[in-house]
Design a protein around this ligand. Structure first.
Ligand code: GLU
Length: 404
């Protein structure tokens, strides 16, 4: 049975790279009916951020990444699991005490290697370049190196997938597997995600914070689809993947060897796509947090015109807030429109006929004329279709806005 894990340290909130480190192992496990484990690596107590664990769990749920088991390393510390393993290493001569801390004893003149199943190559290190890292601190807490090996073994992890940052730690882990006589899981390191402007993405870069993207009106489906393709590609050039479709299609051969660039325009494209997949009633609920007054008839007018849910605010607020009047160059446009519309019945056909007739009768240039009207009624040059907007506003409100 394939068992994978996502092992975040609660030192910050989920970022795009972290979400990828969760969704790839999740899909890999579920592809073959396996299990996905969430392991909170909170042994570095000083670096913890308050609320990070709860936020991580909540964010994973938003994306449908449910875990089969949850383990919290600080609780395992209390059970003595790391201490016991450190003692074993000391007893077998592979580790020693240094002022209360336990350090690995790196053997001289050896080589360690493994086959990386993501990068699809053998990687090796001479042990002479390694140093005797601390495995267990004097306060009894393990370092990452000891905890990750003990836990991947104890939890029966078959495939370790993690960010490229962790590659330099791998030789230490390989030695520990060897010293402890553990079977080694498959290990794979994902490529770094690059920021188009400034090199490697990091947790600190707000633009890649998942919660921020959600708050800015990106749909989970879009963020997930975007992240799926940041380091993995199918054999064909297919781009649209829901989580269950990704589970079906994931194949380690599709892991990319070159660093993907975070292309925000692509995320926008996915978001627009998934917004347009929603029914009007679904979208109504999704837009409400951004524009509480929004009503169902407005949705079809803006659905094709928004990239994020938050765009609804700029595009549709005019329905609820009368715009500050901006006066057209030719005042006769609005004066005559007011006259023409005051007698029409308030239907799309009647309004359009009245406005067209007016333009023709007066010889108004249509572009100018309709732009003036749009500005008076909606307060902006970029708006939903004008007549439909007028119908929603109603006759009284529309005429009040045209009145100079
Ligand atoms: N706790 C590490 C992190 O925060 C996990 C690294 C690993 O997956 O082995 O990314």
């Amino acid at each position: 049975m394939v068992r994978t894990r996502f092992a975040p340290s609660p030192t910050g909130f989920l970022h795009v790279g972290g979400l990828r480190s969760a969704v790839y192992p999740y899909a890999l496990a579920k592809h073959s009916g396996g299990q996905f484990i969430l392991r909170i690596e909170d042994t570095d107590q000083k670096r913890q951020v308050k609320g990070a664990v709860a936020s991580l769990q909540q964010t994973l749920k938003v994306f449908g990444l449910d875990w089969d088991e949850l383990h919290i390393q600080s609780q395992r510390v209390k059970q003595g699991v790391y201490q016991k393993t450190a003692d074993l290493l000391v007893a077998s001569g592979h580790a020693y005490l240094d002022e209360g801390a336990v350090r690995i004893k790196i053997p001289a003149g050896e080589e360690v290697s493994y086959h990386d199943f993501v990068l699809d190559k053998d990687i090796s290190w001479k042990t002479d370049i390694l140093t005797d890292m601390v495995l267990l601190k004097s306060d009894g807490f393990p370092t990452y190196h000891l905890a990750v090996v003990v836990d991947d073994h104890a939890m029966g992890i078959t495939h370790v997938l993690r960010g490229h940052d962790w590659l330099p730690s791998t030789p230490i882990h390989l030695l520990l597997y060897q010293f402890l006589g553990y079977d080694r899981p498959e290990i794979g390191h994902l490529t770094d995600i690059m920021d188009p402007a400034s090199g490697k993405l990091s947790k600190r870069k707000g633009s890649a914070s998942v919660n921020e993207l959600l708050a800015n009106g990106y749909l989970p489906e879009a963020i997930l689809n975007f992240v799926i393709l940041l380091g993995w590609a199918p054999k064909d050039n297919r781009e649209l993947f829901t989580l269950s479709e990704f589970i079906e299609h994931i194949d380690p051969a599709g892991f990319q060897k070159s660093n993907p660039v975070l292309n925000k325009a692509k995320l926008d494209w996915f978001n627009g796509h998934y917004i347009r997949q929603k029914s009007d009633t679904e979208l109504l609920q999704l837009i409400k947090p951004y524009l509480p007054e929004v009503t169902l008839p407005i949705i079809p007018l803006i659905k094709d015109r928004i990239t994020t849910l938050a765009d609804a605010t700029s595009l549709a607020s005019f329905f609820f807030i009368r715009p500050i009047p901006s006066y057209p160059t030719d005042k006769s446009y609005l004066v005559t429109t007011l006259e023409a519309l005051s007698t029409v019945s308030w239907s799309k056909a009647a309004i359009e006929a009245a406005l067209s007739n007016l333009c023709a009768a007066r010889g108004f240039p249509r572009g100018d004329f309709f732009m003036s009207l749009r500005l008076a009624i909606c307060g902006s040059k970029i708006t939903p279709p004008l007549t439909e907007s007028m119908l929603i506003l109603g006759k009284d409100e529309t005429l009040a806005r045209i009145k100079l």
